[in-house]
Design a protein around this ligand. Structure first.
Ligand SMILES: Nc1nc2c(ncn2[C@@H]2O[C@H](COP(=O)(O)OP(=O)(O)OP(=O)(O)O)[C@@H](O)[C@H]2O)c(=O)[nH]1
Ligand SMILES: [Mg+2]
Length: 306
């Protein structure tokens, strides 16, 4: 049996509000966490390190009144100039052109140079909502309003909404703001659709997330994960995956003494996959070196980065 598309249960009606929204912002702004909180599902991987998301990822939000196609995007930045980073930035700019609303995620209290660069890229004819993220981290709620005043001077945002993915604050206001830019139509996606990516994509993302969590600062940036085999038999998913590194020295670091590091990456990934797929998983991991792949446009494309 081939793999499934990832789905969830949701109600669906015809003749509801339909729209699309790109979630954009600098690396680490909290875009993926915000989208996951809105969807009530961990669709997009999250880490405290910047540049965790590398792909444009569709997340479908459906309720009684609306269906919104959200696009999570990689963090936009201009400091790192590898072919992989260029592909990531391209997926940000292409998302801006294909949606009804832009959700600009800006970490509370923090306006960075790349935020200003990103604002310059906004197409003038698409409404932009600013989601001020991580407000739970602020020392006092009193600092929110002065920050919003600063944000008002950056761009003519249609709304500026304080949010916290961690405490699930501001999510309803954000949905209401997006809804006000949607138009009546027929749902594009089935009632149980959550995304258009197949399970194997999420399997590779979950492994990559564990590398972000368990490896030092440098390694995750040169790593990609290839799913060599993905089989479902009697509810058991058998997955063979290769972790591809850009430098020979990184291979041994990922494997660890007597394979201990790779084992814990595999265990953590398997446990999360079993939760995500709601079924047993048998996961086999290998590590392979493909020197300098992040700077080679063909390899970047080959590994699925746009
Ligand atoms: N306290 C707090 N931390 C948050 C919140 N949202 C996100 N974070 C943390 O911020 C870090 C980055 O979150 P992500 O959701 O991966 O951010 P991102 O913008 O998708 O990052 P990239 O994909 O790397 O561009 C993680 O450590 C999250 O746990 C929040 O509402 N409150
Ligand atoms: Mg992300």
């Amino acid at each position: 049996m081939s793999e499934n598309l990832v789905a969830k249960n949701s109600k669906q009606k015809s003749g509801i509000l339909i729209g699309s929204a790109a979630v954009i912002g600098v690396p680490n702004a909290g875009k993926s966490s915000l989208l996951n909180a809105i969807l009530g599902a961990k669709l997009s991987i999250v880490s405290r390190k910047a540049q965790t998301t590398r792909h444009k990822i569709l997340g479908v939000y459906s309720d009684d009144k609306c269906q919104v196609r959200f696009l999570d995007t990689p963090g936009f930045q201009l400091e790192h100039k590898s072919m992989l980073n260029s592909a990531m930035n391209r997926s940000v700019s292409s998302s801006l052109a294909e949606v009804d609303v832009i959700i600009f995620v800006l970490e509370a209290g923090l306006i960075q140079k790349n935020d200003l660069k990103l604002i310059e890229m906004f197409p003038g004819d698409i409404p932009v909502v600013c989601a001020v993220s991580k407000i739970d981290q602020l020392a006092s709620p009193n600092v929110v309003l002065p920050f919003i005043d600063k944000v008002k001077n950056l761009y003519a945002f249609v709304d500026i909404i304080p949010t916290s993915a961690q405490r699930k604050q501001g999510l309803d206001s954000l949905i209401a703001s997006i809804q006000s830019k949607c138009s009546l139509g027929e749902p594009v996606h089935d009632e149980d659709a959550l995304t258009d990516r197949p399970e194997r994509f999420f399997a590779s993302e979950i492994i990559r997330e564990k590398l972000f969590h368990l490896m030092g600062d440098e390694i995750p940036y040169g790593v990609t994960v290839e799913i060599e085999e993905f089989k479902i038999e009697k509810g058991l998913r058998s997955i063979n995956a290769t972790i591809v590194v850009a430098k020979s020295a990184h291979k041994g670091m990922i494997i660890g003494a007597q394979g201990s590091k790779l084992k814990s990456i595999g265990t953590k990934a398997r446990v999360e996959m079993e939760y995500f797929f709601d079924g047993k998983v048998f996961l086999k991991l290998w590590v392979k070196v493909k020197k300098g792949w992040v700077d080679d446009s063909q390899s970047v494309k080959y590994f699925g980065y746009e």
